[in-house]
Design a protein around this ligand. Sequence first.
Ligand code: FES
Ligand code: FES
Length: 162
Amino acid sequence: MRISVVVDGTRYTDDVEPRTLLVHYLRERIGKVGTVSGCDTSNCGACTVHLDGRSVKSCSVLAVQADGHEVTTIEGLARDGRLHPVQEAFHEHHALQCGYCTPGMIMQSVDLLGENPDPDEQEIREGLEGNLCRCTGYQNIVRAVQDAAGRMHEQSAARSGG
Ligand code: FES
Ligand code: FES
């Protein structure tokens, strides 16, 4: 089937097998290898991307379901050579060790902060419960998301002149 999908701001038109998973399309057809596959059974969250601005596990979405839609991957999050505030906060708070969960964790965190700009610790833990990390114990991830929330407030205040 022919699909046309915008990924990280670029339109791609390709013929895909109807059974192709979005995660495999992203990695193998268009080279977006920042999105990783951990389980392929929608358990780990490592493959999380945004579909029309909301997070989805790309191993549970068919590439054909993305036809006509917009996908953002971890590689599209940085803009104009600047990391996204959530990426900066993960880096500064050492919110990763092996890094395997990190792309999905960051994409889910961005979605979470879009829905709830001031989450408390419990809300962050609940918002990320579909994303598994076997290394960090989650504490630094929670700190990073809290810090990112502050950074995003500062950025929007600066943009609005306040
Ligand atoms: Fe998609 Fe694990 S690879 S949730
Ligand atoms: Fe290794 Fe999260 S940093 S799985």
